[in-house]
Design a protein around this ligand. Structure first.
Ligand code: PMP
Length: 359
């Protein structure tokens, strides 16, 4: 029996939705000879941490109290309103597994947006209703409200990945009122530290259907740690706790997360945010002067989505120079669009150099 026969025999055993799935294009799955990685909205540095390995013989707490308490204080919520997860991605997955009946329920998303809402829905045999962002790149709140009786969870993202736009608070409140006892409304705030004044977390007190996703992967510089948070009404958290595996947060992860959330950890994070925001505005200014640049999208995260006159050509010129960006050109409405993560000053200079080189 040849290797291909074995492979196809085994793949027939997999669930139908899994066979049909195109997996998430994760940062480390991309090949190529890059030396400047600006494709996954990671931070340019991680900070320094100390580890105590003396308790590794014991299973960790399901919800490490030092992390729960520190993040609850940071986010101004009660500890009962918070779940620590393996990255924001696990929160997204758990919400779908906890609230959506496979083969029966649907989620709603507003494309173009973060890819994992659709992937988690597909792997769990949950249908997807797409209500694309409006021409002003806002969720179409009237259209979403009209579909509420068909969906269990609405996923919004603010700042939206990849467009950078923020959700309008008045529209969100209208949606939350309409969603009462009907559907959850998730606002994914993975990038909110780059514009904290626009967080919707203060609405948690008034709207039990609101869920907020956060992460240490972006502004905290800890994408390799795999630590995220779901903020929600205590009843939602209780339900998620039934589904989360028994020991989701490894002990070393809890130790590092707790250090990241101390006064000095938060100060480091805020300095990183200030640095990224200033490099971002500088880059946006330089880009918008360039004749190959048609549009620079909203600068609210640690990235800029940019429409070039020829996105594919620009992407491969950057790749040849060892600069790996994220190509969104195949997404509806995003022809010629490339997303650039804000890295160091040197990395941003390298991007501008390639752009300015004569072709
Ligand atoms: N939400 C958004 C909008 C993201 O861009 C990401 C990371 N790319 C995540 C959630 C998940 O991040 P993590 O699992 O690393 O916390």
């Amino acid at each position: 029996m040849s290797q291909t026969d074995v492979d196809s025999g085994i793949s027939q055993l997999a669930r139908r939705q899994v066979r049909a799935l195109t997996p998430y294009q994760s940062a480390r799955r991309i090949g190529g000879q890059g030396h400047i990685w600006l494709n996954a909205n990671e931070a340019a540095d991680s900070g320094e941490y100390a580890l105590d390995c003396s308790r590794l013989n014991r299973y960790p707490e399901c919800q490490p109290p030092q992390v729960v308490n520190a993040y609850a204080a940071y986010a101004s919520v009660a500890p009962e309103q918070l779940l620590v997860t393996r990255g924001g991605d696990e929160g997204i997955e758990l919400l779908i597994r906890t609230f959506c009946e496979p083969g029966q329920d649907s989620i709603l998303l507003c494309s173009p947006t973060y890819g994992m809402y659709a992937i988690s829905a597909q792997t769990n045999d949950v249908a997807i209703i797409d209500v694309p962002l409006s021409a002003e790149r806002q969720p179409d709140f009237d259209a979403i409200i009209a579909k509420l009786n068909q969906v269990k969870i609405v996923f919004l993202c603010s700042p939206n990945n990849p467009t950078g736009d923020l959700v309008d608070q008045a529209g969100l409140c209208r949606l939350l009122t309409a969603a009462k006892n009907r559907a959850l409304v998730v606002v994914d705030e993975a990038y909110i530290e780059f514009c904290p004044e626009f967080s919707q977390a203060s609405l948690l007190a008034d709207y039990p259907e609101l869920v907020i996703i956060r992460t240490l992967s972006k502004a905290f510089g800890l994408a390799g740690l795999r630590c995220g948070f779901t903020l929600a009404h205590p009843h939602v958290i209780e339900l998620l706790l039934k589904v989360i595996p028994p020991y989701p947060i490894p002990e070393p992860v809890a130790q590092i997360a707790a250090q990241a959330l101390t006064e000095s950890g938060l100060a480091t994070m805020r300095n990183r945010v200030a640095e990224v925001n200033s490099l971002k505005l500088e880059l946006a200014g330089q880009l918008s002067k360039h004749s190959d640049v048609k549009e620079v999208f909203a600068p609210n995260g640690n990235y800029l989505l940019v429409r070039f006159s020829n996105g594919a050509a620009l992407f491969s010129r950057m790749a040849k120079a060892g600069i790996i960006l994220r190509d969104f050109a195949s997404r509806p409405g995003l022809a010629d669009c490339i997303r650039i993560t804000i890295g160091t000053q040197t990395e941003m200079d390298a991007v501008l150099n390639v752009l300015q080189q004569e072709q």
